[in-house]
Design a protein around this ligand. Sequence first.
Ligand code: HEM
Length: 170
Amino acid sequence: MSQLFPAMFTLPNLHPLFVHFPIAFWLLALVLACVGVWRAQSSSFRFAGWLLHAGTMSGAVAVVSGYLAAAPMDHEAPGHEIVHVHRNLMLAAAAASLVASVAWLVLRKNACVRNRLVQLGCVGAVVALASLGADRGALLVYRHGVGVSAEPSDSAAEHGHDGSHEHEHR
Ligand code: HEM
């Protein structure tokens, strides 16, 4: 299996496997809600609701995997304070998504324009929080190297990719 999925066997935790689902669901929910907000009985608006609920459920899984990823982290490690910012924003996004899902179910019973605009606003708030939080998550990985194996891979060493050679520039 490690030959087939080498990256999966390199991951220090499973958080990266789960984080993209809620982000994709929330973003798509916002796009479809924008498309359908002005039309009563719009199928894209209805589908946006299902995507929002899928985002709420997968967001809960991402939160649990995030706590498991952060548990072994050293409090003195560089960038540790960003974990707190990321965690707080993502907890806010997940909580907002739960509220938005419940509000969606309540408001859809009377699908007037005003209610649909409130539903759209709720999804927009979730996406805003998730975007800020995901940016801090990416900062952890790409600036501070959290969750990244810093050792050169065997194949890089075999091919002499240790900085001791020069690349040909054409
Ligand atoms: C809805 C919930 C969450 C989402 C969508 C989410 C999303 C992300 C994203 C997009 C990254 C960057 C991954 C990459 O670029 O490869 C990340 C990294 C990270 N997140 Fe989250 N996150 C969530 C909740 C949490 C929570 C609650 C914690 C901690 C208590 C947490 C801790 C971490 C850590 C430690 C990393 C660094 C990479 C790693 O060790 O896997 N996350 N997260």
